[in-house]
Design a protein around this ligand. Structure first.
Ligand code: GLN
Length: 201
């Protein structure tokens, strides 16, 4: 069973995309609910709100502990920010859950344009480019040695920015695969959760 962190953001779209990818999905708002899932999606939305609510609901520490203990997690957009060990342009005092050894800049593309679509080649997710939707998206400015870059932006003056990464059982995209009907990213994550549950890797 894969949980979707349901504090704020496009929770339902992720749950539907996971189900379309053959996984079972449930919402996670409380520490007890977090205990029961095999993997977690942190959706897009607003990372400052998500952080404040996670603190209010006493979820920050439980999230950190489960991720440290090896729970697979996938963060999209605001969720990518939540999984970053370091952020730039965060709100005052903004904390993350962390887990991925990367520096993510909030609203990075948004200084030029609020939202845009671009094709992205994603490693390990088929031969055709992925049509990605970016909404006030972050980008990844720096990654540690253990982080694999899965995709980079391809259009405009910001071409070449890192927009998809994986570090072991953790992955993140700056874009929103739950909005396009192309479920390759959710398939990839559901497979990762299945293998982790069977302890294959
Ligand atoms: N800009 C948002 C943030 O900083 C993320 C936007 C999104 O998730 N679509 O959290």
């Amino acid at each position: 069973m894969i949980g979707v962190l349901a504090l704020q953001g496009d929770v339902r779209e992720h749950a539907r995309a996971l189900e379309a990818a053959g996984a079972r999905a449930t919402t996670v708002r409380r520490p007890e609910e977090l205990e029961r899932v095999d993997g977690l999606v942190l959706p897009g939305g607003e990372s400052t709100t998500m952080w404040r609510l996670a603190r209010t609901f006493d979820l920050l520490e439980p999230l950190r502990k489960r991720i440290e203990a090896g729970m697979p997690a996938y963060g999209s957009c605001a969720g990518m920010i939540m999984l970053a060990d370091r952020i730039r342009d965060g709100a005052d005092g903004q904390e993350t859950v962390g887990g991925i050894d990367m520096t993510v800049r909030r609203n990075a593309f948004g200084r030029q344009v609020d939202s845009f679509e671009s094709d992205v080649e994603l490693t390990g997710m088929g031969d055709t480019p992925y049509h990605a939707v970016f909404i006030r998206a972050p980008w990844v400015e720096a990654v540690g040695d253990s982080v694999e870059v899965l995709g980079r932006s391809e259009t405009g003056r910001n071409a070449g920015r890192i927009v998809a990464v994986r570090q072991g059982r953790l992955m993140a995209t700056a874009f929103h695969p739950e909005l396009t009907g192309d479920h390759r990213v959710h398939h990839y994550f559901a497979d990762l959760v299945r293998r982790a549950t069977k302890q294959e890797d």
